[in-house]
Design a protein around this ligand. Structure first.
Ligand code: 26W
Length: 801
């Protein structure tokens, strides 16, 4: 898109007057941000309309990505970049004495996700639009996103994330596109024109109102749509009669109850409790999404039997698996299709991605809850299950197998099984993960459906994670190899020869330092942290979870600290360790881990004896926009999960793309990163999948052995409970227990020694700074294959097309 500077300035001034009746001189920075965002949305409206028209006129196949989470972060910067007008805007605003970077900082993050799964959905939206693929998001417009994390006295405190408080300029409320969603009631079989029909009676009907956000492609005039649904009462804001009687809280009770459906994102990935509201959320957005897709489809004038030829629905983990049953319901009850026809369409429309093998994250719903809330859907799931188990029984004559594979079993509905049976493709998110699904976790299903399973290694949008987050490095790349990599990320490989160029290495090093200085200044002014920009920046930012092993990182730090105390002249390269992580509010051990990190950080950072050689910082409220700040200045990327536990990881890709060295176990996509960059450009440690699986199978791991035989571990674990950390001695007893009495589920003690060695190797490698830079440049050069553009092309070719 082209903008004329003077015209833009006029538009902007007018916008401010129109929105706020203010002159630009008296207008607050926040109003300036909103006016700018609103103006940019105006600029995209025509392309948005045209994209939709084009899709309809060409009857292009539409892809709908169903996800409970879209962790998109901020949009102003990326929208300006994708429109190709950021430089022009920046100049024009600077004429008006406005700093664009400052305005961009005002935007609230759309934090509608927990972690990798939600961020992946956001990267996919960017890639689909940028590749000109007709792909759209379908999800929930949570009034509150993932909680805001504050740290008080070292503990995580959760504060509601009221991200919409000041408004959201990107979204458009489409009341005319609202649909109804039914809960509860009972199902009445009746005969209608000689056909059996299932009427839903006495149900509670609520209104789903869509809010659409434009998803702007990079330099291609494509504008796709992220449609997020909000729950509202059908026909009354509040009960006027109750209000007149003076029963004020009763008058609004109903409204509040309905609205609670889209009130808040469940920040809970640690355990599966009785979360009826979460089931409601799932049905709510799945049903609303499918109804609106069906309505649009019918306008094409194609027969319903061709639905799957024009529509692909992708379900992001099991959370939207109700789509299988809801699409069946719509096709049978509303479109009058027979079961077999409806089943053919449904299974050819839906595809499913699995994101975890951790059993506690595989959703299961108690039958009674499910049946009460969704009686008609339950009938359909029962029928799907009956037909499916008949087939399994027929094939294997083995009741054990039937029970293991059934969709309904042990009083529960297994959402993963529903998703597998109801879709034509099931994919894992990295090679190892897919192997584990095919040959371990979902082995029976892979045997039953030999062609359904496939791998699609995750990716990240290089436009946000390099072009936007690291402008200095992007400029250097542009100067060196041109800017073709922005559309063809694989072209980053053209940088490889420059790893051998001394002057290039120096320039690269300088940019890393500048990024580190910029972050240090930011951290000083925002958190009061004193950071030495010349130390190595060693970063672990991700959800807090035992399998991700923040504890292992911390144990090395505690060991290093012990060594420094014994010998203050110990020769190490100064290092700053950064942590950033939110813990699910109900995940007790994760929260204790945050307290432990902060406790150790306090002790180390205030000990003058070690001359500031190491420092530890916990960055509060890790989010997309914080990731954009810390990743470009990171030098060591901590990817240290227990082998087999991290499905893929995507932070690992973001770090390599910004020239950090990966310190990793052979888990998830780390393996593919290692294969891409070569053994000489990565530091690998820890036990491999075989050993992990052996331990689990033979139940012969004993963490006490490591505790008893390694004085370092003994020292560290004892210090957790002997008061030497300066907190009451029972503060960390449960972490201690998890590692010893409960036998260390994630093999932290087993991998400790290997990890310390790997960390020493990092220190050693860094001393040859020139060669270190060479390794880092190689990482950037090989990162293009991890662009989500590549991932999306594979989804498109193998699954959606
Ligand atoms: C119980 C509901 C539930 C379960 C798990 C909600 C949310 C989750 C997670 C937060 C899911 C998640 O983010 N998984 C991550 O997905 C990424 C994208 O595929 C992978 O890279 C990560 O390895 C995986 O942990």
């Amino acid at each position: 898109m082209f903008i004329d500077k003077e015209a833009f300035k006029n538009d902007f001034k007018k916008k401010i007057i129109n929105m706020y009746a203010e002159d630009i001189e008296e207008c607050s920075p926040s109003h300036k941000y909103f006016a700018l965002a609103s103006l940019i949305r105006d600029y995209t409206s025509e392309n948005w309309l045209n994209t939709n028209k084009k899709y309809t006129n060409n009857k292009e196949k539409q892809i709908y990505y169903f996800s409970m989470e879209f962790l998109i972060g901020r949009l102003l910067h990326s929208n300006l970049l994708n429109l190709g007008i950021r430089d022009a805007c920046k100049e024009a605003l600077s004429d008006l004495k406005i700093d664009l970077d400052e305005l961009e900082e005002i935007e609230n993050d759309a934090g509608l996700g927990n972690g990798g799964l939600g961020r992946l959905a956001a990267c996919f939206l960017d890639s689909m639009a940028s590749l000109g693929i007709a792909g759209h998001g379908n999800g929930i417009r949570y009034t509150y996103g993932l909680f805001e994390q504050q740290i008080e006295n070292g503990y995580q405190v959760e504060v509601p994330d009221n991200w919409l408080k000041e408004g959201n300029m990107w979204e458009v409320r489409k009341e005319n596109k609202a649909v109804k969603v039914n809960f509860g009631g009972k199902v009445m079989p009746t005969m209608e024109n000689g056909k059996l029909k299932f009427l839903q009676q006495d149900c509670e009907t609520i209104l789903a109102v869509p809010y659409d956000t434009p998803i702007i492609g990079y330099d291609n005039s494509t504008v796709n749509t992220l449609r997020l649904w909000s729950a509202e009462p059908l026909n009354k804001d509040f009960d006027f009669e109750s209000f007149s009687r003076g029963e004020y809280s009763k008058a609004t009770e109903y409204k509040t109850l309905i609205e609670s459906i889209s009130q808040v994102l469940y920040p809970d990935d640690s355990r599966q409790e009785g979360k009826i509201l979460r089931l409601k959320q799932q049905y709510f957005f799945v049903s609303a999404g499918l109804q609106s897709i069906l309505r649009r489809y019918k306008k094409l004038g194609e027969p319903i039997n061709n639905f799957h030829k024009y529509i692909a629905i992708h379900i992001n983990d099991t959370h939207p698996s109700l789509a299988v049953a809801e699409l069946m319901r719509l096709l049978i009850d509303e479109e009058n299709l027979a079961w077999d026809e409806a089943w053919y369409i449904t299974t050819n429309t839906i595809a499913y991605t699995n994101h975890t093998i951790l059993s506690e994250a595989l959703e299961k719903w108690p039958i009674d809850i499910f049946k009460t809330l969704l009686p008609r859907i339950y009938m359909i799931v029962e029928e799907i299950n009956r037909r499916f188990t008949d087939e399994v029984r027929e094939r294997y004559k083995d009741e054990n197998k039937v029970n293991n594979m059934a969709i309904i079993g042990n009083g529960q509905i297994r959402m993963a099984h529903l998703a597998i049976v109801g879709s034509h493709s099931v994919n894992g998110v990295a090679k190892l993960h897919t192997e584990l699904l095919k040959y371990q976790e979902l082995k029976d299903f892979n045997e039953f459906y030999p062609n359904k399973f496939n791998n699609k290694t995750n990716g990240i949008t290089h436009r946000r994670w390099l072009l936007q987050a690291n402008p200095k490095l992007s400029n250097l790349i542009n100067e060196t190899i041109g800017d073709s990599w922005i559309k063809e990320p694989n072209n980053l490989i053209l940088l490889k020869p420059f790893a051998e160029d001394y002057y290039f290495r120096k320039k690269f090093e300088k940019i890393k330092l500048e990024n580190k200085i910029a972050f240090s200044n930011y951290a000083k002014s925002t958190y009061g942290m004193d950071i030495d920009p010349n130390s190595i920046f060693d970063v672990q930012v991700k959800r807090l979870h035992a399998y991700k092993r923040q504890i292992l990182n911390l144990f090395n730090i505690m060991d290093l600290y012990r060594r420094l105390k014994e010998n203050p002249n110990l020769d190490i390269v100064p290092r700053t360790f950064f942590f950033g992580a939110k813990a699910a509010p109900s995940y007790y051990l994760a929260k204790k881990t945050i307290k432990l990190i902060n406790t150790v950080a306090y002790k180390i950072n205030n000990d003058t004896e070690i001359h500031g050689k190491i420092k530890v910082f916990f960055l509060p409220n890790y989010s997309v926009s914080l990731a954009e700040k810390i990743i470009p200045c990171a030098q060591v990327s901590e990817q240290i999960s227990t082998a087999t536990k991290e499905a893929s990881g995507t932070g690992n890709m973001k770090f390599m793309m910004n020239g950090a060295l990966t310190l990793a176990t052979l888990d998830g996509a780390n393996i593919e990163i290692k294969d891409a960059v070569g053994d000489e450009n990565i530091v690998i440690f820890g036990i491999r999948k075989e050993e992990v699986l052996d331990y689990i199978k033979n139940k012969n791991y004993n963490s006490y052995e490591f505790y008893n035989n390694d004085f370092r571990l003994k020292y560290i674990l004892d210090s957790l409970i002997n008061g030497s950390l300066g907190v009451p001695s029972n503060e960390f007893i449960d972490i201690h227990n998890s590692l010893l009495k409960n036998n260390d589920e994630f093999f932290v003690l087993r991998d400790f020694s290997s990890y310390v060695e790997a960390q020493n190797k990092v220190d050693y490698l860094y001393r040859n700074r020139d060669n270190w830079n060479r390794m880092c440049i190689n990482n950037v050069a090989h990162s293009g294959i991890f662009s989500s553009d590549n991932t999306i092309k594979r989804y498109y070719e193998d699954i959606w097309k």
